[in-house]
Design a protein around this ligand. Structure first.
Ligand code: GUN
Ligand code: ZN
Length: 454
């Protein structure tokens, strides 16, 4: 039995809005369950838990903030090296940068090298769960999930389905792509903390036969995830209207093929209407809000007010490499900026929301877990949760240390973290009860180490 002592922040796991818990001097007690999985046993005031668990080995993190590991609800590992490639919007960006990079993932060695860097990058930023796209090449899924499994990252990934409107090198073949998907489900889904996601890239890149096959698999394997993109960019939405003239909307295409259900996560969802939002709420499918990507590619602004009014499940995502940062704090800052925007995705005026830091943090932890159908498992430190958490040190950044010291309330204090923190604050990352080490890191003296385990 282990205990971690510090200020502790966590959220109730099963709610559709944030219910926050915070104790300035708290213990987090963890132990292995009957299956050997390290879980939270208790969380609460230090004095009370010291008496209740006198034999626990205590790690003293006083002065630091202990919080659930972050969950990245949508990210492309093969786009690690696409970050920062400017283009005139989504479709030219895919053609010019993304597809040529992804074509290289037919090579297992290349895929393994990128996977290693990618998993490092997530872990050193305090991200302990990711829902990730691989490429259309099955070996790219193997490379990522081998690396994630070895390092303790909880990772859900899928082979991309794209049998049309895609160049040589990434385009797959319908029957084979569906057989590969089913084989990958058998190989990876539920193996340790790994999972599989059926991954139609987006409606324009999949034939009717491929979409139908993906929907059949989604029906046959209800606890496997589904991930895709929807309503991200005006040119893309126009294209979908041309390709699918009989469907009411872009989202309705996925509905027709049986791809809206719990555990289905769609990135972006900027150009949705109220009927689409009702469909999401009814089916339990969720949106991965990807604000840095939407700003970088000029896609538009996620309409938080409408999503909330329509009871749409949503959480935060980096969408690297359309997104330009692995850093959850950067994503939360961008989400705040977007929530303040006074135009909707469709360009109409609106009143901006002011999302609180508690809300933003929840969207990247317990809210994202709920969108994945993993509430109670990850994203919270409620007893029973898997022991995935981060130890954050405000002293690592002088301005953050100074600003947090002046906060008059928990809300102000957390807001300073969201606005000012970066990966320098991540002192330790614990996955399944075990502190992780990364292959590249900055040590206490600020020296950069590349390629060696600390
Ligand atoms: N739509 C289809 N593929 C992609 C992708 O790789 N990134 C983004 N942002 N949108 C997409
Ligand atoms: Zn994406």
């Amino acid at each position: 039995m282990q205990a971690w002592r510090g200020a502790i922040l966590w959220f109730d796991p099963h709610t559709d809005e944030p219910h926050v818990h915070f104790e300035p001097d708290s213990w987090l007690v963890t132990a292995a369950d009957a299956d050997g999985v390290q879980r939270v046993v208790a969380v609460g005031p230090a004095d009370a838990l010291r008496a209740a668990y006198p034999d626990a080995a205590v790690t003293d993190c006083r002065g630091c903030l202990i919080a659930p590991g972050f969950i990245d609800l949508h990210i492309h590992y093969p786009q690690t090296d696409v970050i920062g490639s400017p283009a005139d919007g989504l479709l030219p960006w895919l053609e010019r940068y993304t597809f040529p990079h992804e074509a290289r993932f037919a090579d297992a060695d290349h895929a393994a090298e990128v996977a290693r860097f990618f998993v490092d990058e997530l872990l050193r930023h305090g991200v302990t769960t990711a829902l990730a796209f691989a490429t259309s090449h099955p070996v790219s899924v193997d490379a990522l999930l081998i690396e994630a499994g070895a390092r303790g990252l909880r990772c859900i990934a899928g082979k991309v389905l794209q049998d049309r409107h895609s160049p040589d090198g990434v385009r797959d073949e319908t029957e084979r792509s569906l057989a590969d998907t089913e084989a990958l489900i058998a190989r990876w889904h539920g193996r340790g903390r790994l999972g599989y996601a059926i991954t139609p890239r987006f409606a324009p890149s999949c034939s009717d036969a491929q979409m139908r096959g993906a929907g059949e698999l989604a029906g046959r394997y209800p606890d496997v995830w589904v991930q895709s993109h929807v309503a991200e960019n005006v040119d893309e939405v126009r294209w979908v209207r041309e390709l699918y003239p009989h469907d009411r909307s872009y989202l309705a295409v996925y509905e027709r093929f049986g791809l809206l259900r719990p555990r289905a996560v769609y990135a972006h969802g900027i150009y949705l209407d109220d009927a689409d939002r009702a469909l999401l709420a009814q089916t339990g499918a969720a949106i991965a809000v990807s604000p840095t990507s939407n700003l970088f590619l000029g896609s538009g602004f996620f309409d938080y007010a409408a999503a909330r009014a329509g009871s749409v499940r949503h959480g935060l995502a980096s969408d690297v490499g359309g997104g330009m940062s692995f850093n959850p704090f950067v994503t939360m800052r961008a989400a705040y900026t977007v929530s303040r925007a006074t135009v909707r995705g469709d360009g109409q005026p609106k009143v901006g929301l002011s999302l609180s830091a508690v809300d933003l943090w929840w969207q990247h932890t317990a809210g994202a877990a709920r969108a994945l159908g993993l509430d109670g498992v990850i994203g919270s430190l409620a007893p029973g949760s898997e022991a995935d958490f981060v130890v954050l040190d405000a002293q690592a950044i002088p301005l953050l240390a100074r600003r947090t010291a002046q906060a008059a309330s928990l809300a102000e204090w957390l807001f300073a973290w969201v606005m000012l923190a970066d990966e320098r604050v991540v002192r330790q990352v614990i996955v399944a009860g075990t502190p992780v080490q990364t292959h590249h890191f900055t040590d206490a003296s600020g020296a950069l180490h590349v390629g060696s385990v600390s």
